[in-house]
Write a protein that binds this ligand. Structure first.
Ligand SMILES: NC(=O)c1ccc[n+]([C@@H]2O[C@H](COP(=O)([O-])OP(=O)(O)OC[C@H]3O[C@@H](n4cnc5c(N)ncnc54)[C@H](O)[C@@H]3O)[C@@H](O)[C@H]2O)c1
Length: 279
């Protein structure tokens, strides 16, 4: 892949949760192109195989591993396999996550309810709990399990994925918003906790991207933009969706020694969305 700039990560081992997804796959390939040995984690190892193939075809080194980020035993097993294969872990990217369709509140405001539609008060709250577990616990748990192996390693770095909803909640996605706000808070907490142990912890807050998991919210079935898409583009000073590749420069900065005195920050990569009040 074309990198915005070169960072030498040769000899380092990077673990990417959600490595089979759009953003995780892109990050895994970027780290592979910088010389890191990349562990591509997915709920099933075969999910990561296409990303591993691409990294290898480009001359890099990668292996796919199975791990559910909300399941301690499966993460412990993945850690064992990774240490057996590569002997150490330098970098952890906590990318697995996303909004869960069944946890979405059907309307922006209760007053907008259409006849027959569910509301916050009739939907199953267990789905909201699952969404919080995936996005918050699914970041905290891999940090605990893989982070332990990173203590004392060169260039030890953790990068979490926050969201625009970390700053102010987005309508409809209540569990996701609460969890991503907590991911930003956890990033600061963990950065302080690990600062003197030479593990840096930062986050990236992506703005709005056209990826599979956003499609239903952003486009109608006939392909026309939803009202939400019009509002997003109006609220993004650059006036467009981001391209997932726009996130790579920020990632490479955060995992490289160029940012060696940076820890606990959440870097928005958002075309200006988080800076704009709408006026
Ligand atoms: N796409 C966007 O516009 C956007 C914006 C802000 C933040 N994000 C965040 O970026 C991250 C990646 O999103 P994406 O757009 O690449 O989505 P994606 O759906 O392509 O990738 C998410 C990945 O997480 C994996 N995953 C889900 N549950 C898991 C579990 N329990 N254990 C292990 N893996 C699991 C999925 O299989 C998938 O590979 C997510 O944390 C998401 O919340 C995305």
């Amino acid at each position: 892949m074309d990198l915005p700039f070169n960072v030498d990560l040769s000899g380092q081992v990077a673990v990417v949760t959600g490595g089979s997804g759009v953003i995780g796959g892109m990050f895994a390939k970027a780290l592979g192109a910088c010389g890191a040995k990349v562990c591509v984690l997915g709920r099933k190892a075969e999910n990561g195989a296409p990303v591993v193939d691409e990294i290898k075809k480009a001359g890099g080194e990668a292996t796919a591993f199975a791990a559910n980020v909300t399941d301690k035993e499966s993460l412990l097993e993945a850690k064992k396999q990774i240490l057996d294969t590569y002997g150490k872990i330098n970098i952890l990217l906590n990318v697995a996550g996303g909004a869960i369709k069944s946890a979405m509140v059907p309307q922006d405001q209760l007053a907008d309810q259409l006849p027959g539609e569910d509301t916050l008060f009739t939907m199953d709250p267990d789905n909201i709990k699952k969404e919080i577990d995936l996005n918050l616990y699914g970041t905290v748990l891999p940090t605990i399990i893989f982070g332990e192996a990173m203590l004392g390693q060169e260039n030890a770095n953790i990068v979490n994925i926050a969201s625009m909803s970390s700053y102010r909640p987005l309508t409809r996605i209540l569990g996701y918003s609460a969890a991503k706000a907590a991911v930003m808070n956890f990033t600061e907490w963990a950065a302080v906790y690990l600062a003197k142990s030479n593990v840096r912890v930062n986050a990236i807050a992506p703005g709005f991207f056209q990826t599979t998991q956003n499609r239903a919210l952003q486009f109608n079935e006939d392909g026309t933009p939803t009202h939400r898409t019009e509002k997003i583009l109006r609220s993004t000073p650059q006036g467009k969706f981001g391209d997932p590749e726009d996130l790579v420069g920020g990632l490479l900065y955060l995992v490289s020694p160029a940012s060696r005195f940076v820890t606990g920050v959440t870097l928005p990569i958002d075309g200006g969305f988080s800076s704009y009040t709408g006026v």
